[in-house]
Design a protein around this ligand. Structure first.
Ligand SMILES: Nc1ncnc2c1ncn2[C@@H]1O[C@H](COP(=O)(O)OP(=O)(O)OP(=O)(O)O)[C@@H](O)[C@H]1O
Length: 306
C-alpha cells in the first residue's frame, strides 16, 4: 500500500524555542488517526504545517508523493482542512459559502453545483442550504466547516479539535459524521480529549512537548500498561485484611457492599488466587474481570517519559 501522507522530521520554532521537533509519521490507509496531546503540545503547529498555513523551519511533508515545498498548490488540492476556528462567513448562506469554497479549491465551474450538493449531503446540511451561517447552531456550523474540508474529495482531511465548544448532543453527532468521513478519507484529527480519540481512532500519534511519544494502533495504546487491577463482585465481601493476604495484592478499594477493586503487582495469576480464596472462605464470587489500564494512566505515563 502506498503512503498517502508522509511527515518527515518536521520541526518548527516560532521564535527561539522549538514548538515541535522531529515529528515523523506515515499514513497509507483511510480511517481516523488521532493526534493526541495536551494543550500546547504542538498539535495545531503540526496540522498547520501539513495544511500549508505555516511554513516549517525544518523537515518535509509529502502528500501522495508530492513534496509540499515543491508543488504546494498540487499538494493542497489533496488536502482538506478544518482549523480550530472554522473559516466561516456568517453572512453567507450555506450554499453560497460552499460554492465559494469549491471555487477556492479549483473545482471546475461546471462541477461546482454537484460538488456542493454532495458535500451538503454527506454532512447532513442539505436542508439548511439557504440558511445564513450566522443562524445555524454550533453543531451545524461545524458541519459546514467539515463540508468545506471535503468538498474537493481530498485524500487527507485534517480536523483540528473539531468537537471543541460543542454541546454533548452535538459532540455525538459530530463524531458520527467524522467516522463516516473516515470511511472514505484519511482523517487526521487532533484532540486533547483521550476518550474522544479512543472512541474514534484506529491509530494514535501522541505528542508531548513537541515530540512524538507514542505512535501505534489504538489497541496497543490501550494495552500499553499491563493490567494492574481486577474488579470483583462477591456476595459475602471479605474484609480488606483478608484480601491483602493474597499474594501480590497491594490495595483494595470497596466500590459497594458487593463490589471491590483489587490492585496487584507481579501476580499474573491474580484471578485464580481470588477464585481459590473465594471457594475456600465462601466469599461467593459472582464476577471477576481484569481491568485494562485506563487511557488516562497511559497518557500520564507517556507524558512523563517525554
Ligand atoms: N503563533 C505563535 N507564536 C509563538 N509561539 C506559538 C505560536 N503558536 C503556538 N505557539 C507555541 O508553540 C507550542 C505548540 O503550540 P500548539 O498551538 O501547536 O499546541 P496545541 O497542541 O495545538 O495546543 P492547543 O490544544 O492549546 O491548541 C506552544 O508552546 C505554543 O505556546
Amino acid at each position: 500500500m502506498s503512503t498517502v501522507l508522509k511527515v518527515e522530521n518536521l520541526s518548527h520554532r516560532y521564535s527561539t524555542a522549538w514548538a515541535i521537533r522531529d515529528i515523523s509519521f506515515e499514513i497509507s490507509q483511510t480511517g481516523v488517526i488521532g493526534l493526541l496531546g495536551s494543550n500546547g503540545a504542538g498539535k495545531s503547529t503540526t496540522m498547520n504545517i501539513i495544511c500549508g498555513v505555516l511554513k516549517q523551519t525544518e523537515g518535509e511533508v509529502y502528500i501522495n508523493g508530492i513534496n509540499k515545498k515543491d508543488d504546494p498548490r498540487l499538494a493542497k488540492r489533496q488536502l482538506g482542512f478544518l482549523p480550530q476556528t472554522p473559516p466561516l462567513y456568517f453572512d453567507f448562506t450555506v450554499n453560497e459559502y460552499l460554492t465559494y469554497a469549491a471555487d477556492l479549491r479549483f473545482i471546475e465551474k461546471t462541477a461546482v453545483k454537484k460538488a456542493v450538493a454532495e458535500a451538503m449531503d454527506k454532512t447532513g446540511i442539505a436542508h439548511f442550504s439557504s440558511r445564513l451561517i450566522k443562524n445555524l447552531s454550533g453543531g451545524y456550523r461545524q458541519r459546514v466547516g467539515i463540508a468545506q474540508a471535503i468538498i474537493h474529495k481530498p485524500s487527507v482531511v485534517i480536523l483540528d479539535e473539531p468537537t471543541n465548544g460543542l454541546d454533548p448532543n452535538q459532540i455525538i453527532e459530530a463524531r458520527k459524521l467524522i467516522r463516516e468521513i473516515g470511511n472514505e478519507h484519511i482523517v487526521l484529527l487532533s484532540s486533547h480529549v483521550l476518550s474522544e480519540i479512543n472512541l474514534l481512532c484506529r491509530d494514535i500519534i501522541m505528542i508531548e512537548g513537541g515530540r512524538i511519544v507514542f505512535s501505534d494502533s489504538m489497541d496497543s495504546f490501550n494495552n500499553y500498561l499491563q493490567p494492574s487491577s481486577v474488579l470483583a463482585v462477591m456476595e459475602n465481601m471479605p474484609a480488606e485484611a483478608e484480601l491483602l493476604k493474597l499474594r501480590g495484592v497491594t490495595k483494595v478499594e470497596f466500590l459497594s457492599g458487593r463490589q471491590c477493586r483489587i490492585y496487584f503487582a507481579g501476580a499474573d495469576n491474580i484471578t485464580e488466587l481470588v477464585i481459590a480464596a473465594s471457594m475456600q472462605h465462601q466469599w461467593r464470587l459472582q464476577e471477576i474481570n481484569l481491568e485494562r489500564s485506563l487511557l488516562d494512566d497511559v497518557f500520564k505515563q507517556l507524558s512523563r517519559q517525554s
